[in-house]
Design a protein around this ligand. Structure first.
Ligand code: NCD
Length: 305
Protein backbone atom coordinates (compact mmCIF):
# COMPACT_ATOMS: atom_id res chain seq x y z
CA UNK A 1 0.00 0.00 0.00
CA UNK A 2 1.48 3.38 -0.94
CA UNK A 3 1.72 6.08 1.72
CA UNK A 4 -0.32 9.24 0.96
CA UNK A 5 -0.13 12.76 2.40
CA UNK A 6 -3.65 14.14 2.43
CA UNK A 7 -3.71 16.02 5.75
CA UNK A 8 -0.91 17.76 7.67
CA UNK A 9 -1.53 15.17 10.40
CA UNK A 10 -0.60 12.26 8.14
CA UNK A 11 2.95 12.73 9.41
CA UNK A 12 3.66 12.41 13.13
CA UNK A 13 5.73 15.05 14.92
CA UNK A 14 8.70 12.66 14.85
CA UNK A 15 8.27 11.98 11.13
CA UNK A 16 8.13 15.73 10.49
CA UNK A 17 11.35 16.18 12.44
CA UNK A 18 12.99 13.49 10.30
CA UNK A 19 11.71 15.19 7.17
CA UNK A 20 13.05 18.61 8.24
CA UNK A 21 16.41 17.05 9.15
CA UNK A 22 16.53 15.53 5.68
CA UNK A 23 15.61 18.91 4.13
CA UNK A 24 18.48 20.51 6.10
CA UNK A 25 20.86 17.88 4.74
CA UNK A 26 19.60 18.52 1.20
CA UNK A 27 20.36 22.25 1.65
CA UNK A 28 23.83 21.46 2.98
CA UNK A 29 24.73 18.69 0.47
CA UNK A 30 22.64 19.10 -2.71
CA UNK A 31 25.09 17.04 -4.78
CA UNK A 32 24.40 13.96 -2.69
CA UNK A 33 20.77 13.94 -3.86
CA UNK A 34 21.17 15.06 -7.48
CA UNK A 35 20.62 11.64 -9.10
CA UNK A 36 18.75 9.74 -6.43
CA UNK A 37 15.39 9.78 -8.32
CA UNK A 38 16.89 8.84 -11.67
CA UNK A 39 14.22 7.02 -13.70
CA UNK A 40 11.37 8.10 -11.38
CA UNK A 41 8.43 10.24 -12.51
CA UNK A 42 6.30 12.75 -10.62
CA UNK A 43 2.83 13.54 -12.01
CA UNK A 44 1.43 16.99 -11.16
CA UNK A 45 -2.35 16.98 -11.63
CA UNK A 46 -3.49 20.56 -11.05
CA UNK A 47 -7.21 21.24 -11.47
CA UNK A 48 -6.76 24.72 -9.93
CA UNK A 49 -4.24 27.52 -10.63
CA UNK A 50 -0.84 27.44 -8.97
CA UNK A 51 2.61 28.90 -9.44
CA UNK A 52 4.73 27.97 -6.44
CA UNK A 53 3.22 24.67 -5.44
CA UNK A 54 3.33 23.10 -8.88
CA UNK A 55 6.67 24.54 -9.92
CA UNK A 56 8.31 23.78 -6.59
CA UNK A 57 7.13 20.16 -6.84
CA UNK A 58 8.52 19.97 -10.35
CA UNK A 59 11.78 21.70 -9.38
CA UNK A 60 12.07 19.31 -6.43
CA UNK A 61 11.78 16.23 -8.66
CA UNK A 62 14.17 17.67 -11.26
CA UNK A 63 16.70 18.51 -8.51
CA UNK A 64 16.56 14.84 -7.51
CA UNK A 65 17.33 13.70 -11.06
CA UNK A 66 13.77 12.54 -11.80
CA UNK A 67 11.24 13.54 -14.44
CA UNK A 68 7.87 15.27 -14.34
CA UNK A 69 4.63 15.09 -16.32
CA UNK A 70 1.15 16.45 -15.78
CA UNK A 71 -1.33 19.22 -16.44
CA UNK A 72 -1.68 22.72 -15.03
CA UNK A 73 -5.38 23.38 -15.64
CA UNK A 74 -8.50 21.24 -15.52
CA UNK A 75 -9.54 22.38 -18.99
CA UNK A 76 -6.37 20.96 -20.53
CA UNK A 77 -7.16 17.52 -19.07
CA UNK A 78 -9.96 15.03 -19.65
CA UNK A 79 -11.73 16.51 -16.61
CA UNK A 80 -13.12 18.93 -19.21
CA UNK A 81 -14.76 15.91 -20.88
CA UNK A 82 -16.24 14.76 -17.59
CA UNK A 83 -13.67 12.20 -16.47
CA UNK A 84 -13.74 11.45 -12.73
CA UNK A 85 -10.72 11.92 -10.48
CA UNK A 86 -10.85 8.21 -9.64
CA UNK A 87 -10.57 7.15 -13.30
CA UNK A 88 -7.81 9.68 -13.97
CA UNK A 89 -5.71 8.47 -11.06
CA UNK A 90 -6.09 4.80 -11.95
CA UNK A 91 -4.57 5.63 -15.30
CA UNK A 92 -1.88 7.98 -13.98
CA UNK A 93 -0.84 5.29 -11.47
CA UNK A 94 0.49 3.40 -14.48
CA UNK A 95 2.37 6.40 -15.88
CA UNK A 96 4.14 7.83 -12.82
CA UNK A 97 5.68 6.81 -9.48
CA UNK A 98 4.22 9.58 -7.31
CA UNK A 99 1.54 12.24 -7.78
CA UNK A 100 0.83 15.75 -6.44
CA UNK A 101 -2.80 16.80 -6.91
CA UNK A 102 -4.53 20.16 -6.44
CA UNK A 103 -8.31 20.33 -6.74
CA UNK A 104 -11.01 22.94 -6.03
CA UNK A 105 -13.17 20.31 -4.29
CA UNK A 106 -12.43 19.49 -0.67
CA UNK A 107 -11.58 15.80 -0.36
CA UNK A 108 -10.73 15.15 -4.04
CA UNK A 109 -7.11 14.05 -3.33
CA UNK A 110 -8.43 11.75 -0.60
CA UNK A 111 -10.83 10.13 -3.08
CA UNK A 112 -7.93 9.80 -5.54
CA UNK A 113 -5.80 8.07 -2.90
CA UNK A 114 -8.39 5.29 -2.58
CA UNK A 115 -7.97 4.39 -6.25
CA UNK A 116 -4.24 4.96 -6.55
CA UNK A 117 -1.38 2.50 -6.48
CA UNK A 118 1.18 5.33 -6.15
CA UNK A 119 1.60 7.90 -3.31
CA UNK A 120 -0.79 10.88 -3.61
CA UNK A 121 0.20 14.22 -2.12
CA UNK A 122 -2.57 16.75 -1.53
CA UNK A 123 -1.30 20.00 -3.08
CA UNK A 124 -4.36 21.94 -1.85
CA UNK A 125 -8.02 20.87 -1.79
CA UNK A 126 -10.48 23.75 -1.91
CA UNK A 127 -10.65 25.72 1.34
CA UNK A 128 -9.66 22.63 3.33
CA UNK A 129 -5.99 21.67 3.63
CA UNK A 130 -2.59 22.32 2.11
CA UNK A 131 -0.17 20.00 3.91
CA UNK A 132 2.95 20.69 1.84
CA UNK A 133 2.55 24.44 2.35
CA UNK A 134 2.50 23.67 6.06
CA UNK A 135 5.67 21.59 5.77
CA UNK A 136 7.19 24.59 3.98
CA UNK A 137 6.00 26.95 6.72
CA UNK A 138 7.29 24.76 9.54
CA UNK A 139 10.68 24.23 7.90
CA UNK A 140 10.92 28.02 7.43
CA UNK A 141 10.07 28.69 11.08
CA UNK A 142 12.38 25.95 12.37
CA UNK A 143 15.27 27.14 10.20
CA UNK A 144 14.89 30.85 11.01
CA UNK A 145 13.71 30.70 14.64
CA UNK A 146 15.58 27.55 15.65
CA UNK A 147 12.48 26.00 17.26
CA UNK A 148 8.82 25.19 16.72
CA UNK A 149 7.96 25.45 20.41
CA UNK A 150 6.74 28.35 22.52
CA UNK A 151 5.76 30.57 19.60
CA UNK A 152 2.91 33.05 19.33
CA UNK A 153 1.65 33.01 15.78
CA UNK A 154 -0.55 35.74 14.37
CA UNK A 155 -2.65 34.64 11.38
CA UNK A 156 -4.09 37.58 9.50
CA UNK A 157 -6.50 37.92 6.58
CA UNK A 158 -8.91 35.34 5.20
CA UNK A 159 -8.99 32.75 7.95
CA UNK A 160 -12.27 31.29 6.75
CA UNK A 161 -11.32 30.15 3.27
CA UNK A 162 -7.51 30.15 3.58
CA UNK A 163 -6.49 26.49 3.57
CA UNK A 164 -2.88 27.30 4.44
CA UNK A 165 -4.00 28.69 7.82
CA UNK A 166 -6.21 25.67 8.50
CA UNK A 167 -3.31 23.29 7.91
CA UNK A 168 -0.85 25.46 9.84
CA UNK A 169 -3.11 25.50 12.90
CA UNK A 170 -3.60 21.72 12.76
CA UNK A 171 0.14 21.18 12.62
CA UNK A 172 1.33 23.82 15.11
CA UNK A 173 -0.98 22.80 17.98
CA UNK A 174 1.17 19.68 18.30
CA UNK A 175 4.14 21.75 19.54
CA UNK A 176 4.51 22.87 23.16
CA UNK A 177 3.11 26.26 24.19
CA UNK A 178 1.93 27.38 20.76
CA UNK A 179 -0.39 30.37 21.01
CA UNK A 180 -2.45 31.95 18.24
CA UNK A 181 -3.81 35.40 17.56
CA UNK A 182 -6.37 35.28 14.73
CA UNK A 183 -6.75 38.65 13.06
CA UNK A 184 -9.61 38.93 10.58
CA UNK A 185 -12.86 40.73 9.81
CA UNK A 186 -15.94 39.13 11.40
CA UNK A 187 -16.96 37.48 8.10
CA UNK A 188 -13.58 35.78 7.60
CA UNK A 189 -12.99 34.25 11.03
CA UNK A 190 -11.61 30.70 11.36
CA UNK A 191 -14.16 27.94 10.70
CA UNK A 192 -16.10 26.65 13.66
CA UNK A 193 -14.74 23.11 13.35
CA UNK A 194 -11.19 24.39 13.81
CA UNK A 195 -12.21 26.39 16.88
CA UNK A 196 -14.07 23.50 18.51
CA UNK A 197 -12.28 20.36 17.38
CA UNK A 198 -8.70 21.57 17.28
CA UNK A 199 -8.22 24.68 19.44
CA UNK A 200 -10.78 24.22 22.22
CA UNK A 201 -10.39 20.44 22.28
CA UNK A 202 -6.61 20.81 22.61
CA UNK A 203 -6.82 23.58 25.25
CA UNK A 204 -4.82 25.88 23.02
CA UNK A 205 -4.50 29.54 23.99
CA UNK A 206 -5.87 31.80 21.25
CA UNK A 207 -7.59 35.12 20.69
CA UNK A 208 -9.76 36.29 17.80
CA UNK A 209 -9.30 40.01 17.13
CA UNK A 210 -10.07 42.59 14.44
CA UNK A 211 -7.05 44.93 14.58
CA UNK A 212 -3.53 44.19 13.40
CA UNK A 213 -1.44 47.04 14.92
CA UNK A 214 -2.47 46.66 18.54
CA UNK A 215 -1.93 42.91 18.45
CA UNK A 216 1.47 43.06 16.73
CA UNK A 217 3.81 43.48 19.75
CA UNK A 218 3.36 39.93 21.15
CA UNK A 219 3.85 38.05 17.88
CA UNK A 220 6.83 35.83 17.02
CA UNK A 221 5.43 35.07 13.57
CA UNK A 222 2.94 37.08 11.52
CA UNK A 223 1.38 34.87 8.84
CA UNK A 224 -0.38 37.09 6.30
CA UNK A 225 -2.87 35.67 3.77
CA UNK A 226 -4.78 37.00 0.79
CA UNK A 227 -8.56 37.18 0.68
CA UNK A 228 -9.54 34.08 -1.35
CA UNK A 229 -11.59 35.67 -4.11
CA UNK A 230 -12.33 32.39 -5.89
CA UNK A 231 -14.12 30.96 -2.85
CA UNK A 232 -16.54 33.88 -2.36
CA UNK A 233 -20.17 33.52 -3.34
CA UNK A 234 -20.44 37.09 -4.52
CA UNK A 235 -18.01 39.67 -5.84
CA UNK A 236 -19.45 42.52 -3.70
CA UNK A 237 -18.41 40.80 -0.49
CA UNK A 238 -14.94 40.22 -1.91
CA UNK A 239 -14.57 43.87 -2.87
CA UNK A 240 -15.73 45.02 0.55
CA UNK A 241 -13.29 42.71 2.39
CA UNK A 242 -10.28 42.44 0.10
CA UNK A 243 -8.26 45.29 1.60
CA UNK A 244 -9.16 44.66 5.24
CA UNK A 245 -5.48 44.46 6.21
CA UNK A 246 -2.49 45.98 4.51
CA UNK A 247 0.82 45.46 6.26
CA UNK A 248 3.14 48.44 5.80
CA UNK A 249 6.29 49.85 7.43
CA UNK A 250 4.31 51.96 9.85
CA UNK A 251 2.41 49.00 11.30
CA UNK A 252 5.69 47.10 11.66
CA UNK A 253 6.97 49.72 14.11
CA UNK A 254 4.94 47.81 16.72
CA UNK A 255 6.50 44.42 15.89
CA UNK A 256 9.30 42.54 17.67
CA UNK A 257 12.69 43.06 16.01
CA UNK A 258 12.93 39.32 15.23
CA UNK A 259 9.32 38.64 14.25
CA UNK A 260 9.03 36.62 11.02
CA UNK A 261 6.70 38.02 8.38
CA UNK A 262 5.43 35.06 6.38
CA UNK A 263 2.96 34.66 3.51
CA UNK A 264 2.25 31.55 1.42
CA UNK A 265 2.00 33.84 -1.64
CA UNK A 266 0.54 34.92 -4.02
CA UNK A 267 0.33 38.37 -2.44
CA UNK A 268 -2.31 40.75 -3.72
CA UNK A 269 -2.48 43.94 -1.60
CA UNK A 270 -2.05 42.65 1.91
CA UNK A 271 1.68 43.34 2.20
CA UNK A 272 2.91 46.62 0.82
CA UNK A 273 6.01 46.14 -1.37
CA UNK A 274 7.89 48.61 0.88
CA UNK A 275 8.01 45.77 3.45
CA UNK A 276 9.94 43.47 1.10
CA UNK A 277 13.37 44.76 2.09
CA UNK A 278 12.67 44.56 5.83
CA UNK A 279 14.93 41.77 7.18
CA UNK A 280 11.90 40.29 8.93
CA UNK A 281 10.11 39.70 5.61
CA UNK A 282 10.86 36.07 4.78
CA UNK A 283 8.11 35.16 2.29
CA UNK A 284 10.40 34.76 -0.70
CA UNK A 285 12.82 32.68 1.36
CA UNK A 286 9.81 30.65 2.50
CA UNK A 287 8.96 29.83 -1.14
CA UNK A 288 12.52 28.52 -1.56
CA UNK A 289 12.20 26.28 1.50
CA UNK A 290 9.17 24.80 -0.29
CA UNK A 291 11.48 23.15 -2.81
CA UNK A 292 13.72 21.56 -0.16
CA UNK A 293 10.88 20.20 1.90
CA UNK A 294 9.16 18.75 -1.18
CA UNK A 295 12.45 17.09 -2.18
CA UNK A 296 12.57 15.51 1.26
CA UNK A 297 8.92 14.44 1.06
CA UNK A 298 9.32 12.84 -2.38
CA UNK A 299 12.34 10.86 -1.10
CA UNK A 300 10.48 9.66 1.98
CA UNK A 301 7.33 8.64 0.08
CA UNK A 302 9.35 6.79 -2.55
CA UNK A 303 11.28 5.01 0.20
CA UNK A 304 14.57 6.45 -1.02
CA UNK A 305 15.62 8.12 2.26
C1 NCD B 1 -1.78 29.23 -1.31
C2 NCD B 1 -2.85 28.27 -1.78
O1 NCD B 1 -2.88 27.87 -2.94
O2 NCD B 1 -3.66 27.92 -0.91
N1 NCD B 1 -0.74 29.38 -2.20
C3 NCD B 1 0.28 28.48 -2.24
O3 NCD B 1 0.08 27.31 -2.40
N2 NCD B 1 1.50 28.94 -2.03
C4 NCD B 1 -2.31 30.51 -0.83
C5 NCD B 1 -3.26 31.29 -1.69
O4 NCD B 1 -3.59 30.90 -2.80
O5 NCD B 1 -3.66 32.35 -1.22
Amino acid sequence: MPRHIISPLDLSVDEMKDLFDLADDIVANPGKYAEICHGKKLATLFYEPSTRTRLSFEAAMLNLGGNVLGFATADSSSAAKGESVSDTIRVVSGYADICAMRHPKEGAPMVASRFSSIPIINAGDGGHNHPTQTLTDLLTIRSLKGTLEGLTIGCCGDLKFGRTVHSLVNAMVRYKNTKFVFISPEELKIPDYLRREVLDAGNIEYREVKKLEENMPGLDVLYMTRVQRERFFNEEDYIRLKDSFILDKKKLEFAKPDMLIMHPLPRVNEISTEVDDDPRAVYFKQAQYGVYVRMALILKLLGLA
